[in-house]
Design a protein around this ligand. Sequence first.
Ligand SMILES: [Zn+2]
Length: 233
Amino acid sequence: MDVVQITKSVFQITLPIVNVFLVDHPIGLILIDSGPKGSKDLIFQGIRQIGKQPEDLKYVILTHAHHDHSGGLASILKSVQVAVYTSAFCAEMIAKGIAFQPKSKILAFLLRLVTLNGKLNLQFLYIQPVKVNIKIVAEGDCIPDANGLEVINAPGHCAEQIALFYPVKEALLFAADAAENETQLKPAFAYQSKRVNQLTLQKLAAFPFQIAVFGHGKAATKAEFEKMADFKA
Ligand SMILES: [Zn+2]
């Protein structure tokens, strides 16, 4: 686990397979994504490392339901009381404990065969269901009281994903898994539609941010993001 300060108020906690983010906001701490199952202790360690306490958490925002982003939520909610925000689609999935949804009936059928009709529990398919009342946000909404932290629909990587634009002094784009920057900045693997993801990247590139951060890999500048978003247009 590693904590990197991205801007004055935003920190990236790099977990073994994914990044989550802490926004140190006047209303309290906002956690963006929850890591895979078993991430709670590392996330809480990251919170303490920036001089805060887990009890300072006010909101958790999930970008999408994939297990590496949503799997840690159920256990976090057992320790602290926070409001959870995500898209309607993601809320439905995590309430049922489903982390991954194949894009076609044929793929869903093949997946059922491979997993012996659900008996073989592959970690990426399921998460511990989240039982709290999840608050739904959609394109253009701002997270309540969170100073313009704006929700952007960002599908393509999966059927529904939200990105977030944070228009503070050093404006930030939380691009989720629309792109990744592990070894080089590139569009992330698209489970749903490469073309839709490309449109998402172009849409995101139009926001007036200075720094973009991702679920996987390191932060990038606006210029780097624009170049990548244009690449396969
Ligand atoms: Zn993902």
